[in-house]
Design a protein around this ligand. Sequence first.
Ligand code: FCB
Length: 447
Amino acid sequence: MSITLPPHSKMLTSDFIFGVATASFQIEGATTADNRLPSIWDTFCATPGKVKGADNGEIACDHYHLWEQDIKLIKDLSVDAYRLSIAWPRVMNEKGEANQAGLDFYRNLLKTLKAEGLTVFVTLYHWDLPQHLEDKGGWLNRETAYQFKQYADLVTKELSEWVDSWATFNEPFCAAILGYELGIHAPGLTKPEYGRQAAHHILLAHGLALPIIRKNAPQSQVGIVLNMNRSYAASEKAEDQFAGLMRETLDNQFFIEPLMKGQYPQILKTVAPQYLPTILPGDMEIICQQMDFLGMNFYTCNHNAFDSEKMFKDVKNSKTVEYTDIGWEVAPHAFTELLVNLHKQYTLPPMYITENGIACADNIIDGGINDDQRVRYLNDHLNALHQAIEEGVDIRGYFAWSLMDNFEWAEGYSKRFGLTYVDYQTQERTIKRSGYAYRDFLNSRKS
Ligand code: FCB
């Protein structure tokens, strides 16, 4: 089992970058070191019943202390690029002033990554909002968008020298909808009207920060990362077709349309006005600005049947298909379709696949991890991506999720997405068969 692409693939040319990705809260640990403030995820983890196994981020992969060794690991995988995120509560105090100790951590990390010749992608917000801002309403409070602008200003002034690409947010859908509407993620709120308002403020924060980042980091690209799963209707029945359309509208179009066209999906006005947030004059112009790139995280697809109360409900694929250890359908064809559909709908900026990967129930046997399912998943999704490029989508790079096993949010440490296995007792890292397959594939490219 190996990873291969057609020899003529554009993904094999030196312009296309391959990397691995992580996020601060999922790997760093050291949650009280060097004046780091509590984040909403610390609070959520400490709330009984929210995270599987009552797991928390206090130690995680201890990357805060083991970062030099982790950079060696990144190099061992022969990747071109690394995507990481910055923890807001590490770098800014409650008064909005710089916390130098936290900034030093990232400065050292970024400098070393650049010295190792890696292309560096940084996300400013991968869900670890300072708790003191949540105490004032978090993303339901419009003021948080202005606080984010200050944070983006501080970080990009301090760290841009070593960053090739800045993303404002990772997955506004998850931060807003899972966090404020469905209660699955921090801060765990569950009012139907909260999710879309939080989403609007996150998109506003993106737009407020964008010109500041451009000013502070004229040599870097600036964009945002959206998660998108392909939404299918469960059947040909008109009501299921409607369910599929609404799922696509609320999960995907609700986030990409304001960024690209300066409006929320028009269908919501007539069909589901309760999903439209309060918008102040000028907001949509702030949100809809030219970006240098759009990041997309892709994992799976979903199937939707009509539900009289919520418009759609998740059902399983009626065909026999493969599922991952987290229960997500494996659907590489959906990856191609999603990208090609978006390309037809919008004039997209260059795109990067900023996350793609699979949870497997990995075990160390005789010192190795034979995660063949992950190798197959990577191979099939890279080939699906190749197909989308053949069909005209401008995609410039791909990041596998993840460099190593880590804290998988509400699933705690029970789900493993890494190309590297982490023994959480010893903090030992062991490259899995998939990590070696990825490395061999990358090394097989002509330089
Ligand atoms: C994405 C998140 C990432 C990781 C993967 C599995 O939604 O961005 O942090 O947890 O899912």
